[in-house]
Design a protein around this ligand. Structure first.
Ligand code: UD1
Length: 341
């Protein structure tokens, strides 16, 4: 079975993707530097799939280590590249850290992939590349807007680097997957999201408030031009998202791609407001959530949700799970994590 390298494979989306890859019979090698993940995730994955992935603790910023890795694993057929820094606020304060972590590592990987007879590459991109889109739902042909943060910029630049490289490298095929808002956890509650410190994202903040770790959720603004005044996002279950990676990888491995660089939106196609997410949590947990309305968060866009037609038609992939499924699994995971740590 094909050997696949998953960088950042112990992270939130990475770990769920490793499970789906193993379920489909792929041999998985994980590289992770454990900077924003725990080695315990490896046990979680192994316990779900019954098979331990190969794991190499490695900093991809060390070019010589990347070279050595590909000398050792010269039979790698594909790479799914999750390893990256992702905190928007931190990226504004430490731009060079973000350019180094997210861009130099990508360049080193691509340089090695160029040397292989054939390679398939899947890149973690984000709907952040669209900014506040002029039209909703957002299609892949919507213009890429000026990035609001160095983090967002690394996704845009990353896409350009891959696209430029693919143009002149016939043995390299790539897909950039533009995620909307990934949430939820594996139904087994053996893997899930593990934010370090105070969560910046909505769903982990909600579940941590539900369990009593945070006093209350601040809802950032209820005066937006939306039906209930709160911002709208497309929350996609991480397991659906993980499955999309396997489908995208297979498209490349089986030469079903129409060009050697493609982009796909990964979302549900349905927008939900912040208050609808709160209501979903209350519905599935049976708990009332403490929250208050506060001022808007700087840089927030009003509304973003995906047009999923391209992924539906060309990848044959569609999100199956609902927001309630995601909130139920995130809540179960939160309870398990607090019990075991
Ligand atoms: C954020 C990032 C985005 C990144 C994505 C990764 C910002 C401005 N954007 O997206 O670049 O790709 O995470 O997951 O940081 N909310 C609250 N209270 C909270 C937290 C969030 O009301 O405590 C609201 C936000 O205003 C927003 C929604 O919940 O309307 C979702 O927020 P979040 O989970 O941070 O995701 P994004 O802002 O979409």
């Amino acid at each position: 079975m094909d050997k696949i390298l998953v960088t950042g494979g112990l992270g939130f989306i990475g770990s769920h993707t490793v499970v789906e890859l193993q379920n489909e019979g792929f041999e998985v090698v994980i590289i992770d530097d454990l900077s924003n993940s725990s080695i315990k995730v490896l046990d979680g994955i192994t316990s779900i799939t019954g098979k331990a992935p190969i794991f190499e603790k490695m900093d991809l910023k060390d070019k010589s280590l990347v070279e050595a890795f590909f000398k050792k694993h010269n039979d790698v057929k594909g790479v799914i590249h999750f390893a990256a820094s992702k905190a928007v606020g931190e990226s504004v304060k430490e731009p060079l850290l973000y350019y180094e972590n997210n861009i130099s590592t990508l360049v080193y990987l691509l340089k090695e992939l160029k040397k292989l007879p054939e390679a398939s590459f899947i890149f973690s991109s984000s709907c952040t590349v669209y900014g506040q889109a002029d039209e909703l739902p957002i299609t892949e042909s919507a213009p890429v807007k000026q990035a609001e943060s160095p983090y967002g910029n690394t996704k845009q630049i990353g896409e350009e680097i891959i696209s430029d490289t693919c143009k002149v490298t016939p043995n390299l095929k790539a897909i950039a997957l533009r995620y909307f808002n990934p949430v939820g956890a594996h139904e087994s509650a053996k893997i899930g999201e593990l934010p370090i410190g105070v969560p910046q994202n909505l769903v982990p903040f909600i579940t941590q408030t539900g369990i009593g770790l945070r006093e209350e959720l601040s809802v950032f603004g209820d005066d937006y031009p939306t039906p209930d005044g709160t911002c709208i996002r497309d929350y996609i279950h991480v397991v659906d998202l993980a499955k999309a990676h396997v489908v995208a990888l297979k498209r490349l491995l089986e030469n079903k791609n129409t060009s050697n660089y493609e982009t796909f939106n990964l979302g549900t196609g349905k927008g939900s407001s912040v208050l609808e997410v709160v209501q979903s949590f209350e519905r599935v947990s049976g708990k009332k959530l403490n929250y208050k309305i506060v001022g808007r968060r700087e840089g927030d866009i009003i509304s973003a949700y995906a047009d999923t037609n391209k992924a539906n038609k060309e990848l044959g992939w569609k999100a199956q799970l609902t927001l309630d499924d995601a909130m139920r699994s995130a809540w179960k995971w939160e309870q398990v994590v607090r019990d075991t740590n």
